[in-house]
Design a protein around this ligand. Structure first.
Ligand code: THG
Ligand code: FGR
Length: 213
């Protein structure tokens, strides 16, 4: 059977080390028949935009500020922003089979989720905590705190489906990460990132539903 080509759109907000892991996995064949066809950032200064450019991947900068300026309230600004984000992705040719949130620090609403779901495109997210734990921003920092103050022994990371409720979608793959007594937050963060870089490739592989043979 002819191998089907998998097209990814990756959403980022920052450094893009997880984007880089995906770029490298596509290049090395770890993700066969898979390419990142577009990268979208909501932060202009995101280094991940440079990583994409270096890999000749088209990028789009899509920021919420102009919407806040041209709308009477935050809700209508976010609705318009999310609607346009969906339209940007749906206008891509080829369209993605999968959208990967890799450090995408914007909570998407049904204005984005519904048109994307209707187009049959799945969305996954990398969350640096285990299912049901530390949902939201700064999960690593909160886990480190719990390790130092409450003796939490482990945290972890997961790739999960993106639904309206934040970081509550079904887990696709998880990996535990031990918390070492007395370690600095940076040390935990470093170990977490290494786990993430493997998990984001494995989670993408599984979300693509077993790659073209
Ligand atoms: N629907 C929905 N949207 C999502 C996720 C989800 O599973 N569901 N997973 C996301 C990653 N997780 C988060 C969780 C919380 C925040 C967060 O708290 N953001 C603040 C602002 C943060 C910032 O702008 O720096 C906000 O109000 O948007 C951002 C990403 C991406 N967006
Ligand atoms: O899901 C919850 N919030 C999202 C979140 O906190 N994502 C985290 O942002 C980092 C991105 O790193 P980069 O890939 O830019 O180097 C990475 O640690 C992700 O786990």
């Amino acid at each position: 059977m002819a191998d089907t080509q998998h097209n990814l759109t990756v959403l980022i907000s920052g450094n893009g080390s997880n984007l880089q892991a995906l770029i490298d996995a596509c290049a090395s064949g770890a993700l066969p028949n898979t390419r990142i066809t577009h990268v979208i950032s909501n932060r202009k200064a995101a280094y991940g935009l440079e990583r994409a450019a270096k890999a000749s991947i088209p990028t789009t900068y899509h920021n919420l500020v102009p919407y806040k300026k041209s709308h009477p309230d935050t809700d209508s600004a976010r609705t318009a922003y999310d609607t346009d984000l969906a339209n940007i992705i749906l206008a891509l040719s080829p369209r993605p089979n999968l959208i990967v949130c890799a450090g995408w620090m914007h909570i998407v609403t049904p204005s984005f989720l519904t048109p994307i779901a209707n187009a049959g495109i799945k969305i996954i997210n990398l969350h640096p905590a285990l299912p049901g734990e530390f949902a939201g921003a700064d999960a690593i920092g909160r886990a480190w705190e719990a390790g130092q103050k409450e003796g939490l022994k482990r945290t972890g990371a997961m790739i999960h489906e993106v639904i309206a409720e934040v970081d509550a979608g079904e887990a696709i793959v998880t990996q535990e990460v031990e918390i070492r007594k007395g370690e600095s937050k940076d040390e935990l963060e470093e170990r977490m990132h290494k786990v993430e870089h493997g998990l984001i490739v494995e989670g993408t592989r599984r979300a693509l539903g077993g790659l073209g043979r």
